[in-house]
Design a protein around this ligand. Sequence first.
Ligand code: OKS
Ligand code: ZN
Length: 347
Amino acid sequence: MLIVYNNVHPRHHGRVEMFRGALVEGVEVPARVERVRQELVRRGMGRFELPGEMDLALLNKVHAPSFVAFLRGAWEEWVALDPGNAGRDALPSYWPIRAFRSDVVPDSFVARLGQYTFDAGTPLTAGSWDAACEGANCAITAARRVLAGEPAAFALTRPPGHHAGRDYFGGYCFLNNAALAAQALRDGGAQRVAILDVDYHHGNGTQTIFYDRPDVLFVSIHADPRTDYPYYIGYPEETGAGLGEGFNVNLPLPRGTDGAAWCRALEMALQRIQAFKADALVVSLGVDTYEGDPISGFRLTHDDFLRVGSRLGRLAMPTVLVFEGGYAVDDIGINTANVLQAYLSEG
Ligand code: OKS
Ligand code: ZN
């Protein structure tokens, strides 16, 4: 399979994240992507390519230009607050919730930091912009290669993307790689694009970016937000708005869900995608549904990932796969490569 690889991903390496009142070591580490790369090389199943020139116009179409500008300059502003900050990740402490003003843009950097994110678990570091921007570029390049006739392509990148909205980051995500791939497919001539999000967590960013649009169907299988991150969004009654009504599908499942029950939800998701008659598919491929994942609660096995891959391969749709979550580093290569290998074996 064509793998569009982000070779600058290690520039983003958070030192700490806020967890239950403590600053703890993060789980979204560079080894995640390196383990996947190693396993694909070991199996001899990846053609690795680097992305081309970044399309900033597309970035500024999917994301708010003010947000993009903020992210690009955030590290410099953070260090300008205090030279000592160069040795510390930027984490927010203030958020403008509900009754607060949403129409003001304070001068204070920490105030703006809180406007552009929704948690204190997503450290912004010196190289976060470089890594996220090149990752976005990988997803866009993968989409363009598929438009040019490649049957499928995998954007192998971190930080992940599906929690990032039009004007906010969070959940370890800065730029929404899957949304950028979907928009690139649309702009390249695909009339209808479906996004299938199989990460353990709800892809709130992707959902909100396309919420009022009928041309991009978003379908997500994820842990019930009543018990799991991102908690405040991802419920089944969120079905889209305006012209987009009916083009958003959330399929939450309880903690403890095993491969058999998960695959039944996948069948429902695929039924909806096939009824939509999508010209192309984007898969937000998180493997944190794995039974050994340290921060998640589903029970998919190595073999279940083979099943998932072959089921997706049988769709025989032009497909862009984008890497999202998965934190069981010792198994992340096996699980991801299992999906891709089984996908290819159906081709
Ligand atoms: C607190 C937990 C935050 C969960 C972030 C989820 C990241 C992810 N440390 N999204 O798909 O995998
Ligand atoms: Zn996840």
